[in-house]
Design a binder for this molecule. Sequence first.
Ligand code: MG
Length: 447
Amino acid sequence: MRGIVGENLTGSVAVEYGCAFGTFLKKKYGDKKDRLSVCIGRDSRPSGQMFESALTEGLCAVGIDVIELGLVTTPGVGIMVRQLGCAGGVVITASHNPIQYNGIKLLLSDGIAPPAETAEQVRQYFLDKHFTFVDSPHCVTVTSSSRTDSAHIGRVLAIVDKDAIGAKKFKVVLDSVNGAGGPVTKKLLAELGCAVSAINDEPTGLFAHIPEPTVDNVTELCEVVKTEKADIGFAQDPDADRLAIVDENGRYIGEEYTLALAAKYIFSRKTGSAAANLSTSRMLDDIAKKAGGTVYRTAVGEANVAAAMVEHNCIIGGEGNGGVIDLRVGPIRDSLVGITLVLQLMAERGKTISRLAGEIGSYYMKKDKFTADKNQGRQILNSAKKLFANAKLDTTDGCRFDFDDGWLHLRASNTEPVMRIIAEARNQRTMQKYINAVLNIRKEILG
Ligand code: MG
């Protein structure tokens, strides 16, 4: 649930959402557990504390113990849900959206966001006001834990060779956009022996730039990497599940490379399976193939990728938007995991980050969208299927067409009457050819 604070997302909405989630969890676990608990964390937005209180009130009202984690990252909450044996978790964050927004992200007991059907059930409880309040003798407790950051750092350090990274004394610039990531990431980088220049590292929620870590928004980071002569720059989104990388020349190398570089390290150590959504770059397939591994593709949505990773016991996975998942840390996108795996790759290879990215080879990728309702979307997909009849087709989420020289993913947005087009190819002309073909179909159908 995401909305504009004080308009469609208010304290009373959050109270009722807490009641709905708590009632859902009681139903799900029935008599199997006599006491259920939920841990709540929040990013640095100024509205976070208000929503934390509201959700705590809602959960307690239906008899769920609450453990408040305070200001933490989204992956941090994912770790604590499992560590504390909670029935669920709540993260108060609107991720990369601007300050006007906040949101309530739910996690189930495995630390994974609920799949679509489960999320729909909770939503229905909320809309129907289906809440099972408890009476006085069954009122519950509210406690707090300040162990999230140390638990998170401990888990991340356990998957790499801390001394090998430390020996390199990397110079790192970190831009946490004044989100939740600053304090914990600085501690992690210090443990890894890095000299850190942090910008926008105060978790005030007053975002220093547009918070999505895309090329136009991290120009300050690029500048500082150059002036500090740093080895690498890292940009996090406000809840620190996404990560973008800037190379030693101050060049933004793109979020698609975050997962590719992490996978490059993982597949250099062992072979196995990886998982990513259908809109993620083919770089991952190239890396996996070279190591004799396979890639499972899923519908867009973190929960889908995480579920596939668990099902196929994947050694790495994530999304092309800079979200890296390593199940040894947790089944959730984690910028701290991305940072650590990339630094380990640099340490082992003794190469610059621009060189390592260059070795992966480049594709051209373009993302576009246009307005189309459900019916129009269906017509467009049908026409595209006819036009690209020779391509390998995956219909898990819209249509993904794989060609020898690239691919095209065409899907309806889950949240707005919009169709999204993502195309990738070895050269720009081919990529544009695929985009144009879809835009022509749109023109024929929508006029
Ligand atoms: Mg995020």
